[in-house]
Design a protein around this ligand. Structure first.
Ligand SMILES: [Zn+2]
Length: 120
């Protein structure tokens, strides 16, 4: 819960800084945090690549419930780190005007999750 309390205000703050209403990745949908973090096709590839393939993972329609539900249990660390890297990737592209590739997001997420598991 501590991580969520730190993460959500960050999302809200950075959302205001991007003038583009459409997702930088797909350019198909108006950017919402939920679309970007979970439902965008690129985000789904990352989630699937990390093993989040259960259909229930993608069926929750409430952002807060989705985060809270997945912030407990054995995949908590991987889930929260992926959220952070996914949002960081968005800011790298939208705010920093740089490029980050899908495999980098996957690799960095796995690397940080491994470090967190070893340390804690
Ligand atoms: Zn999208």
């Amino acid at each position: 819960m501590f991580a969520i309390n730190l993460f959500l205000p960050y999302l809200c703050f950075t959302r205001e800084t991007c003038p583009n209403l459409f997702v930088v990745r797909c350019l198909l949908f108006e950017e919402t945090i939920f679309h970007y973090l979970r439902d965008c096709s690129t985000s789904k590839k990352v989630w699937h690549g990390l093993g989040f393939t259960d259909i229930n993972f993608f069926s929750n329609l409430n952002l807060w419930d989705w985060i809270r539900t997945n912030s407990i249990g054995p995949c908590m660390c991987l889930f929260l780190i992926e959220l952070w890297w996914n949002w960081r990737a968005r800011n790298i592209v939208c705010v920093g005007k740089e490029t980050i590739f899908l495999f980098q997001v996957l690799a960095e997420t796995r690397k940080l999750a491994f470090i967190m598991e070893v340390c804690f």
